[in-house]
Design a protein around this ligand. Sequence first.
Ligand SMILES: [Zn+2]
Length: 87
Amino acid sequence: MTMKYPFVENTLGKKLQIGSGLSVDCMTCNRHVKLDVQALVDRLGEDHGCLHWDLITVLFCQPCRDAGRPDRTLVFTNYSRTPEQRR
Ligand SMILES: [Zn+2]
């Protein structure tokens, strides 16, 4: 359920403001994790990009890393709240 917005939601701060979500799938172990955008902002700053190439540099799959498997075969999914929940 991805939706298009009339503006570019290209930083974590914008995502937080909009209240949209972000999840990640690991293609190695098929793990699916919903990311905490607030926690990412706290860690990386609100100006950090939220696009694939911004996130792939800072995130990895911990279980795969622990197991010595490829840990950055990640696919990020942006999803939104329903329009009623937006301003
Ligand atoms: Zn994994």
